[in-house]
Design a protein around this ligand. Sequence first.
Ligand SMILES: Nc1ncnc2c1ncn2[C@@H]1O[C@H](COP(=O)(O)OP(=O)(O)OP(=O)(O)O)[C@@H](O)[C@H]1O
Ligand SMILES: [Mg+2]
Length: 618
Amino acid sequence: MAEPVIGIDLGTTNSVVATVQSGTPVVIANRSGYRLTPSVVAIAKNGKRLVGSLARRQAVTNAERTVVSVKRLMGRKWSSRSTQEALARLPYTVVPHDKERDDLLIRLGENAYSPPEISAMVLAELRLDAEAFLGQPVTKAVITVPAYFNDSQRNATKDAGRIAGLDVIRIINEPTSASLAYGFGKQIGEKQICVFDLGGGTFDFTVLHMYKGVFEVEATGGDSLLGGDDFDDRIVDWLAQPFLEKHRIDLRKDKMSLQRLRDAAEKAKCELSSTLQVEINLPFIATAQGAGPLHLQAALARPQVEVLTRDLVDRCLGVCERVMAEAKVKATELGDVLLVGGQTRMPLIQARVRQMFGREPSKAVNPDEAVALGAAIQGAMLLHQEQEMLLLDVTPHSLGIAIAGGFFQSIIPKNTTVPTSAHHVFTTVKDDQTSAKITVLQGESEIAAQNELLGEFMMTGLRKAKRGEVDIDVIFDISADGIVSVSALDVQTGLRQSITVTSSSGLTEDEIKTAAKANEEWMLGQKEDPEFQKQKVRAEELFKQFDELWPRLKQAAANGLGNEPVQRAEAALSVAKLQVQQKESAGLAASLDRLDRMLGALRGAVERGLTSPRGSKP
Ligand SMILES: Nc1ncnc2c1ncn2[C@@H]1O[C@H](COP(=O)(O)OP(=O)(O)OP(=O)(O)O)[C@@H](O)[C@H]1O
Ligand SMILES: [Mg+2]
């Protein structure tokens, strides 16, 4: 059997894992049977790690030890405005970490974790789901990121994959991935399409040109701080503000009530996509001094939400206009508009998209699953060369360097097809200069400080010579993953210069290795040992046989067998079920032997009862 490869849509709110089986891309349901796994991680009160719906379900009562929307913190610097804005809204505690790196950690119980470590917990869970589904170990993966993610965010995602024990063979952009799912297995002539992807935390808009199996991105743009979470926040404020005015209590300041507000807001928002009015009821949301418990009750109508969030939708459409101008295409010229991401279910968004593009958005892809399916297709293409499709993606930000006067000089403009590389020649400015620093940035501003700092690269050991006599050719590479690397060459001697990164927001190699080891141990603990697996199969078979016997046994009990044997069987069954739940391999074997004997005896009794004159046939 060919080595399996999985595609993972690591979302802000939900994650999805998929694979290609016998040439067909399929979503892998998690071990609880659901196709979407909430991207939520928690440490329960008993110290156990919870991931997915189990973590999400206990978020209200354990808000401080539950991490949601960690994607918003991936690859972010502590001091950045985006981090500080996100922090005001997150119910868990985030603290600064290394001063030099300007990174951050998330407190979870006694420990603190970097965002990639938290994301790795989600990835590890999905990996276990995939292994359970495929019945074999899985290490190869393609992980998707928003097209607008910069270099640090992509690196952080790759680090998360490594920590989860995955060999991330490619990072691909979510909208491009969705377009692969759209184009897969279809005979599509030449066509220009666009993908409008509004998820829980990010917005991406991409224009693609499809021809003869080639998927070429022409332009992409977005906002990595615009998503469904922001729509929820508007409703949270709408609920909390009058409450503050009336009771002088700001519900957003208490972590538990904030979590309850957010849950209620999101639920109301989703319901309002299919109904026109909802009731929001939050009993015992706070306690007023001297006045006892306070409740929050409100009725929210669809037009009201549309007023509250209109500017967010405008922001999305503004991005679309910009990207289409870059791709030199008019909205009405596009062949299809794919809607991806849960938030695009909002009727206002569909109406505005219809208006802008003058057509119905395509229903050809599932907005929740297309991204993961595309990643699985890309994985199969890379690993097994299964499909004859070629993906040509672009870099979403311009790459450049800081130059004298605090300005930014672009070296690779945005929307350049990746992989790509560019050169820039530096000359020494002093006699006998032995080192030089290059500050590499990503962004569109002419002012260096307004762009994202990727790293400061130190070239050392330069040849001693008069100023201007040493030319250093610096090569900037952007890989197909959208990740940047820098190398340098002495032009006169042809010798390679060594370059070290002196400032980066990523994890160090050692930190990744330590975290990966901890994860591996955790995963081993999660895996069922073969002996237990055997017992579990036997247990399930026995439970089924008891289920089948049950109605006739009840009848036999009423017809003279008595209740005692039935109760004994019930007790033995519940012990065995608990042992299955707690994976108690040794105890389970003994319980199953006992159940086996009971089953034989009870079957005998039932048969006798049925044939005896007093027994009644079923
Ligand atoms: N019926 C609905 N109406 C409106 N919004 C919805 C509906 N269903 C889901 N959403 C919203 O969609 C968002 C989640 O979408 P999705 O699962 O696509 O995001 P994600 O992939 O986790 O995030 P991202 O792609 O931004 O990282 C949430 O904000 C959720 O509230
Ligand atoms: Mg998404």
